[in-house]
Design a protein around this ligand. Sequence first.
Ligand SMILES: Cc1cc2nc3c(=O)[nH]c(=O)nc-3n(C[C@H](O)[C@H](O)[C@H](O)COP(=O)(O)O)c2cc1C
Length: 196
Amino acid sequence: MNIADIRKEYKQRSLSEKDIEENPFKVNAMTLATASATGLPAARIVLLKGYDEKGFVFFSNYESFKGIQLSENPRACLVFFWKELERQVRITGLVEKTLAAESDEYYNSRPATSRIGAWASPQSRVINNREWLEQNEKKYTAAFNGTDIVRPANWGGYRVKPVTIEFWQGRSSRLHDRIQYTLQETGNWLIERLAP
Ligand SMILES: Cc1cc2nc3c(=O)[nH]c(=O)nc-3n(C[C@H](O)[C@H](O)[C@H](O)COP(=O)(O)O)c2cc1C
């Protein structure tokens, strides 16, 4: 690729006021790390779709690679990184599927095309080519033919129930702040400072 092409690439992207969040804290991409029963790790980005004292919720395909790892080993680590704030948050915890009603509620809030996508894409499986995927999308669009696009059983939410939450704040001379919360059996959080 030559430099002229790179410039062309830049021109295809834009950031307009009408596309951005009113609140910069709404940025919700996080790294999700999982591991197989044998300890093989895998990480990928998913979107945080809800959080409260019960945990952190994201949605995915239950038969995806992450879904298989989570069924073998229902533990995960989440990492958020805010470059502008020089801040990182790391959460480790136990993972459970959200209730069907919770998965339905989020699934039904998604556009029809995304709902069809959940049916059409066997996430993380090897497929022959792009055409196969597009044909599958057409197949499901025709099959639902304007009827209610219900949630496929292999798609839904996961909740990461935190056991530790660590806040990292960049500071000068590499003397960063790290504060770790660890959930105790009493239900209280132990707060400790870690060396950077
Ligand atoms: C910004 C961004 C957001 C994403 N959000 C999700 C998501 O919410 N759920 C999901 O299943 N995959 C999401 N993906 C795709 C995943 O990173 C990943 O490719 C996919 O889930 C398959 O992962 P697996 O093979 O490890 O199961 C997202 C990717 C990016 C880059």
